[in-house]
Design a protein around this ligand. Sequence first.
Ligand SMILES: Cc1cc2nc3c(=O)[nH]c(=O)nc-3n(C[C@H](O)[C@H](O)[C@H](O)COP(=O)(O)OP(=O)(O)OC[C@H]3O[C@@H](n4cnc5c(N)ncnc54)[C@H](O)[C@@H]3O)c2cc1C
Length: 449
Amino acid sequence: ALKQNYLPKLVSGEWTGTMNLTEPDAGSDLAAIKARATPEGDHYRITGQKIFITWGDHQMTENIVHLVLARLPDAPAGVKGISLFIVPKFLLDEQGNPAQLNDVSCVSLEHKLGIHGSPTCVMSFGDNGGAVGYIVGEPHQGLSYMFTMMNHARQSVGLQGVAISERSYQLAVQYAKDRLQGTRKDGSRFPIIEFPDVRRMLMQMKASIEAMRGLAYVAAAETDRVHSATDTSQAKHHQDRVDLLTPIVKGWITEVAQELTYLGVQVHGGMGFIEETGAAQHYRDARILTIYEGTTGIQALDLVGRKTLMNKGTVLSALLDEIAQVQQELAASSALQNESRALDTALTAAHEALQWLLDNAEKDASVAGSISVNFMMMMGYVCGGWVMGQSALKAQALLNAGQGDSAFLHSKLITSAFYCDHLLPRATGLLAVIKAGSQSVMSLPNDQF
Ligand SMILES: Cc1cc2nc3c(=O)[nH]c(=O)nc-3n(C[C@H](O)[C@H](O)[C@H](O)COP(=O)(O)OP(=O)(O)OC[C@H]3O[C@@H](n4cnc5c(N)ncnc54)[C@H](O)[C@@H]3O)c2cc1C
């Protein structure tokens, strides 16, 4: 009945939905959720406060379907005692149309650094006796149900990182072509895109975005392959890959988006700091991406813990083996020796980092948390090298065959060469940081900060 009543209008966009997880004392640590659900006939009464709720209230649609995490009276402590409820803004009449206002309201709006087009609400449930809510599925399974959505949302936030970076790049390219600063010997002026350092910034943006976009597509395709798999072992292989890539897509792409939107401002010089160019908006809007749907720290712990240590590194090893096949193909192409060497070096570093993690995580409880973000960033750069390597192979093959748009294909080759020269070597630098372990991270006493 819940599906019939709510899904068609959510899917058609006639109504919008929200995810109500976060509370003042429960952010990354959802085990601390306090919102309560008390049974009453065929429904529940929900009470509690939620903060930071995206599109928690608005007048754009006739109804808003809140998905709320709350605890039943007999719930066990921690994450195993959280249930999921549908709490509509307007309760439905017998025809399924929005009717009576439920006991839920937006009590204030957050004033934010960016994303001003997206209202972020403090929501209060049950100020007048309890909001009517309907349990979704089984009691105490709420967090795992929510994760179905969150894993999808994590990939989507990665894609937001690609999108904002791309917009920032487009603006920067336009400005760099228009802005005259250099003077030639004949006195004529030339645009800043001709300065090597400006080109370095634009190439970094372009190459990173191509790698990020490619990786986001690879992860999305793996999700599709899970659904179209014809046997369970095939489905498991693709699901393992989705699980592994999701924190990298969310974590690495959104962290790189910070650097790229920073460069977008930098290319504009002083005008980047002035609102009218629009460059600063991308910088500000990108800032949320490493925070919501699980911070970078949480993504990195997921990658290192659940996705790597829990299976003794087998899933990551299988990915590195697949990347090595691309490296072999590059090695066999005389035009792509540079790319082959760069990917080989990065892969060697990645194997060494994985082995170091497997050897050291159990000896010292702080190791995984101390190295996790650097480990995730390294795997991101290596996956980027994998995608760019494939791009180069494809472009070279088409050029060899005399097919396609040769200017476009040459630009693909130059962009992947730049990625291999300027971004892939970061993997080797990160290896040294990873192998430094937890010592200097953890030894300073709290009162020395
Ligand atoms: C604009 C915006 C929109 C949002 N939309 C929604 C929404 O629609 N629905 C919703 O439910 N929530 C939403 N959120 C909340 C968001 O998901 C949380 O802010 C986020 O999960 C982080 O929680 P927190 O703010 O409590 O930070 P904290 O958990 O307090 O984290 C603070 C710092 O500590 C680190 N940290 C915390 N725990 C660990 C750990 N175990 N290991 C290592 N590091 C750790 C974090 O990485 C971070 O650097 C939104 C937030 C914002 C700002």
